[in-house]
Design a protein around this ligand. Structure first.
Ligand code: SIN
Length: 278
């Protein structure tokens, strides 16, 4: 018998809340398949009231793919668990900012399929995370724009991540070498659902293939504006104990930076390995 749980959509655009399921214990395959189905439908799942030790967060994430440390060592891991990234803002030591629309680590040849973020401590009514639906952004384009973008590829570079991390004074770790950019299709097809989604973002995409950055900038900016319209967004207000998982193949996210270094915001992040985007 699969465990019983409730799923409630959280906005018209994407995301659903899953209640009645304790993620710290191992669930049977039918239960995990039901979660996967909900995840593919809603792209972002919110599990409130969880208390996960690092090994439990790894075990949950592993169900969706191999859990790996950040390929560039962007932040410290939990002691003994390098694959559990600590994202932390604390009094006197600000956290490195993530308040730009992105999906995780698209500078890599095989960006992570999904990310799981567990909130341990959050500032009162601040530090939300926004998500936008890149599959819906694709599907609502005109036929002409879909055809144009389907033929295009883009370069994704770690250069702005390296710049950010090499600024001292935050929780980010320095990165010595910036790897060459990865080249990904501008429209990718989800390996599990078959849905198409736009796949460029402000943090990593530097240009379209065979075009200059100047030539690329207007269309990249237009895609960003199109994808992040209000009706295409879910904004998550964190409570300590929340676990939120998002599909990097179908959404972008943006960590709202409306707190300062008097606030504590402490999160643990794991990622499940993904395929080369096609
Ligand atoms: C991230 O960009 O992976 C972290 C998001 C957050 O801190 O809310």
């Amino acid at each position: 018998m699969p465990a019983s749980f409730d799923i409630k959509p959280l906005s018209g655009a994407l995301a659903a809340e899953v209640t009645g399921l304790d993620l710290s214990v191992k669930h049977d395959e039918p239960t995990m398949e039901a979660i996967r189905k909900a995840f593919l439908e809603h792209h972002v799942l919110v599990f409130p009231d969880q208390a996960l030790e690092p090994e439990q967060q790894i075990a949950f994430t592993t169900w969706f793919g191999a859990v790996e440390p950040h390929p560039l060592g962007s932040r410290r891991g939990v002691e003994g668990f390098p694959e559990v990234l600590v994202i932390e803002n604390r009094p006197g030591r600000p956290g490195a900012r993530n308040d730009e629309w992105h999906s995780d680590i698209t500078c890599s040849e095989r960006p992570p399929a999904l990310s799981v973020l567990h909130a341990l401590e959050v500032p009162w009514n601040r530090g939300d995370t926004m998500f936008c639906n890149m599959a819906r952004a694709h599907d609502t384009l005109s036929q002409g724009m879909q055809t144009l973008l389907a033929r295009m590829w883009a370069l994704h570079s770690a250069e702005s991540l390296v710049r950010r991390n090499n600024e001292p004074g935050t929780d980010a770790l320095p990165i010595a070498v910036c790897p060459p950019p990865a080249v990904h299709p501008v429209v990718r097809t989800h390996p599990e659902s078959g849905r198409k989604a736009l796949f460029v973002n402000a943090s990593f995409t530097i240009s379209f293939e065979d075009m200059t950055r100047d030539e690329s900038a207007p269309l990249l900016a237009w895609i960003a504006d199109w994808s992040t319209q209000h009706h295409n967004i879910y904004r998550h207000r964190w409570q300590a104990g929340d676990v939120v998982m998002w599909d990097n193949r179908a959404v972008m996210h943006n960590a709202v930076h409306d707190y300062d270094d008097t606030d504590t915001r402490l999160m643990h992040r794991t990622t499940a390995a993904g395929d080369r985007p096609v």
